[in-house]
Design a protein around this ligand. Structure first.
Ligand SMILES: Nc1ncnc2c1ncn2[C@@H]1O[C@H](COP(=O)(O)OP(=O)(O)OP(=O)(O)O)[C@@H](O)[C@H]1O
Ligand SMILES: [Mg+2]
Length: 463
């Protein structure tokens, strides 16, 4: 990786030797012979890295470090280069002081050129990582920090969310996939007195039980083979903040028991631990599963459900809140148009009409993805229906059309129609029976019964 490196040393020979070496390594090199110039170049030329001699004529290297630290933590914070300090042999205490002031590493003169390369490579790798984390943080923050909702149902829901954010009561967020449960979970944290503390996400269903357990509760040294040291879990690392238990409906049975105990007692044990650990975290849980149904099927503990269900908020599917569409469309077009570095986009009337008619089974996430795709595909600055990649499904053909000699057996005819409706429901729900039941306005168990009675296929047709 090529870097822009500023070398600061008052010894012309060292400056030249280092410059030669670093240029040979493929880096771009700037030089300064005193601290004042070093600080000026650090701001004006934005080098990635600074090699800084501690013994300088006017401002000492330590003073330069102090001023860089101020710039970094000032308002607004400035991007300053990482610093590798060059020290003379025998001045190790000053090197230690330099590290305390924020230097990345130090090199004692005279140093081995190969060692110099290693230290620089390491510093560069670390910087790349830090930048990537910074970008990801802006990306994640950006994705979840705006809560759009003008529809009466969302206005009401957001009003309740704001009011309960203050308390430490557990909140359960329900709703189909992509409706914005994580958006609300993060908003609850942001609006709470815990906002300056961590918000930690645990995906309860994604991993095998023992791994989720480890992730949540951490472990003691020697708890199992490979547990070479004590590691805190996510609950500990969220101390004072919020733990978001995502996909709670998929949490393995054994963990449900442990979580229940934690919610009851506000304390837990690390894996392999004997000392209870008290916690102060707020729990927000979310699922797109029907927990009542999971309870009936014996997959979810009823007592845990009651514990989680202290305050529950159900996010309506997007098709039930058309008033939110213009605001969401505008928000996504602006946000993604800007990150893709494109001109401002407009969405044509026809495209908006299609967006209003479509039923959005993947909810806000699907809308967002359709718009990202449209922005990428659209050659001009106006999004048209064909850029969206969605199709309004055909209307159900429901008129009864009888030939004179058709059987009019009431039950047979009604069954024929029921079958049609159920098959269409399954298809629209992507063959997910829980979703199909919701679309059809039926209890999931009743739908299963009808499917069995009529011997309806629950899989997509193979051709
Ligand atoms: N009210 C909203 N305002 C702005 N953006 C939203 C809103 N609701 C959802 N989004 C966006 O839609 C996407 C999906 O939202 P989110 O991840 O919160 O959904 P979810 O309900 O957690 O879905 P899943 O059940 O699949 O995990 C995110 O990129 C989010 O930014
Ligand atoms: Mg989610």
């Amino acid at each position: 990786m090529q870097a822009r490196i500023l070398i600061v040393d008052d010894d012309q020979d060292i400056l030249n030797a280092l410059k030669k070496r670093l240029t040979w390594m493929g880096h771009e090199v700037l030089t300064a012979e005193d601290g004042e110039r070093a600080l000026r170049l650090a701001t004006e030329e934005a080098p990635d890295l600074m090699l800084l001699d501690i013994e300088l004529p006017d401002l000492s290297g330590l003073d330069v470090l102090k001023q860089l630290a101020e710039k970094r933590s000032g308002l607004p914070p400035q991007i300053v280069p990482e610093v590798i300090v060059l020290t003379a042999f025998g001045t190790i205490d000053r090197a230690v002081e330099a590290m305390r002031l924020g230097a990345w590493d130090f090199l004692a003169k005279p140093f081995d050129p190969d060692y110099l390369s290693v230290v620089i490579e390491k510093a560069m790798a670390q910087m790349a990582l830090t930048r990537q984390i910074g970008l990801l943080q802006t990306e994640v923050g950006g994705r979840y920090e705006h809560v759009i909702g003008q529809s009466p149902r969302m206005v009401e829901l957001l009003d309740i969310a704001r009011r309960v954010a203050d308390s430490s009561a557990t909140v359960l967020l329900l709703g189909e996939t992509g409706v914005g449960k994580e958006v609300i979970a993060r908003a609850l944290h942001r609006w709470s007195p815990r906002a300056s503390k961590p918000f930690v996400v645990v995906h309860c269903g994604a991993l095998p039980e023992s791994l989720v357990e480890n992730e949540l509760f951490g472990h003691e040294k020697g708890a199992y083979t490979g547990a070479v040291r004590r590691e805190p879990g996510k609950i500990e690392s969220a101390e004072g903040g919020t733990v978001f238990l995502d996909e709670i409906g998929d949490m393995p049975a054994g963990l449900q028991t442990r979580l229940l105990r934690l919610l009851q007692d506000q304390e837990f044990y690390r894996v392999g631990g004997v000392q209870p650990i008290r916690t102060n975290v707020r729990f927000v849980a979310a699922t797109n599963k029907d927990l009542k149904e999971a309870i009936q099927e014996g997959l979810f503990r009823q007592d845990l459900f009651y514990r989680l269900n202290v305050i529950s908020l159900t996010l309506p599917p997007l098709r039930k809140r058309p008033e939110d569409l213009p605001g969401l469309v505008d928000h996504f077009v602006r946000r993604h148009g800007a990150t893709m570095g494109r001109r401002p986009f407009v969405v044509s009337e026809d495209a908006l009409e299609l967006i209003r008619k479509y039923h959005w089974p993947g909810n806000v996430r699907e809308l967002e993805n359709a718009l990202v795709r449209a922005i990428a595909l659209c050659p001009e600055d106006c999004i048209e229906p064909e850029h969206l990649g969605i199709k309004v499904r055909r209307k159900l053909q429901m008129e009864a059309d009888f030939a004179e000699d058709d059987s009019l057996n009431y039950h047979a005819v009604v069954e024929q129609y029921s079958r049609k409706v159920i098959e269409e429901g399954l298809r629209r729900a992507g063959w997910n029976q829980t979703k199909a039941a919701e679309l059809l306005g039926l209890q999931r168990t009743y739908l299963t019964k009808l499917i069995r009675q009529m011997d309806i296929s629950t899989k997509p047709p193979t051709t």
